[in-house]
Design a protein around this ligand. Structure first.
Ligand SMILES: Cc1cc2nc3c(=O)[nH]c(=O)nc-3n(C[C@H](O)[C@H](O)[C@H](O)COP(=O)(O)OP(=O)(O)OC[C@H]3O[C@@H](n4cnc5c(N)ncnc54)[C@H](O)[C@@H]3O)c2cc1C
Length: 289
């Protein structure tokens, strides 16, 4: 009977060993990263996997490689490690802030970027909207094809239920250095450690005339899954970084969202706070410009 004995956990030292262990453990075996989502499975009335393969001892999944043109982040890098490593880079500020502000210090020391992306059914994942606005690419290795890996844009990864599970391990998240400034703002209802009510991440390029030339804006925790706000991206093209004006545009477009009811807040409230969060995001970008 599930729940009496904990599932077995393999602790490989290399990626090929991890893929082999997943394969050997059979159907339903799953990677175990920080365990902060997995440990709450009973609260969500979900069964644990029959077996787990831990990723924390695999050195290549713990690396962060920062180059001038791109950054590659190993899937087992923790939120705390990510926040520290990315803090000097203004183009990656959205991801650094998302990692620095999620949950609480103890969770941030355990939870990983790969776990954040792969925790399907987690609407309030902080790093996901930041990765959407930074146009991340997700690298995946498969037990069925251990020699290579494939890459998927993060939006395609999130839309494909078959991108995780079935012997797959997310190995790295790759970000092109765009030079755009980025920002991440979130509204927790009561205190640090709560899941946020709503999240806005944005990467915005401003031209010489001070007007928006490119925008990628993502929203988390409002609907069942984080997503880009393409309507607002288009509407602010050519606008100045004026927080009140852009918040007003966000208010006119907010009905594009259908808020989810949850223990932290009702759906209508999540949608209602979005323009305020957008205004805060724009104010932060304007102040940094
Ligand atoms: C009280 C509390 C509050 C929290 N609040 C927040 C918050 O506000 N914002 C936030 O972002 N996070 C929050 N978290 C943390 C959240 O659980 C993690 O951010 C994340 O979603 C899970 O990361 P993990 O490394 O612990 O993954 P795990 O729990 O180890 O795994 C999660 C899922 O992903 C799969 N998986 C993990 N790594 C991989 C991989 N490399 N390849 C393929 N599949 C993989 C696992 O099999 C599992 O299905 C909170 C956690 C707690 C306990």
């Amino acid at each position: 009977m599930q729940g009496l004995a904990p599932p077995p956990v393999a602790v490989p030292r290399t990626l090929p060993e991890a893929l082999a262990a997943l394969s050997a453990a059979g159907d339903g075996a799953a990677p175990l990263a920080g365990g902060t989502w997995i440990m709450r499975a009973p609260i969500r009335h979900e069964a644990h996997a029959p077996a787990y393969v831990a990723l924390g001892r695999i050195a290549e999944l713990r690396r962060i490689d920062v180059a001038d043109d791109e950054v590659a982040i190993g899937a087992a890098v923790t939120h705390a490690e990510l926040a520290k490593a990315l803090s000097p880079f203004s183009d990656l500020a959205a991801l650094a802030a998302a990692a620095a502000g999620s949950a609480n210090p103890a969770v941030r020391n355990a939870a990983t970027i790969g776990g954040n992306l792969c925790a399907r059914g987690f609407p309030a994942a902080d790093l996901v909207p930041a990765l959407l606005c930074l146009d991340a690419v997700v690298e995946i290795a498969e037990a069925a094809a251990p020699a290579g890996s494939r890459r998927l844009p993060v939006e395609a990864f999130l839309a494909d239920p078959a991108a995780t599970g079935g012997g797959r391990i997310v190995t790295r998240i790759v970000l092109k250095r765009s030079g755009l400034r980025s920002v991440h703002v979130r509204l927790p209802l009561r205190k640090a450690g709560d899941y946020p009510v709503a999240i806005v991440s944005a990467a915005i390029g401003v031209g010489g005339g001070g007007r928006v030339e490119s925008a990628r804006i993502a929203v988390g925790s409002v609907e069942a899954a984080p997503r880009r706000w393409t309507g607002l991206e288009g509407a602010i093209n050519g606008e100045r970084l004026d927080p009140a004006r852009i918040a007003a545009l966000a208010a006119s477009l907010a009905p594009e969202f259908s808020g989810r009811d949850g223990v932290e807040a009702p759906g209508w409230y999540r949608v209602r706070v979005l323009p305020t969060l957008v205004g805060r995001a724009i104010a932060a970008l304007a102040a940094a410009a």
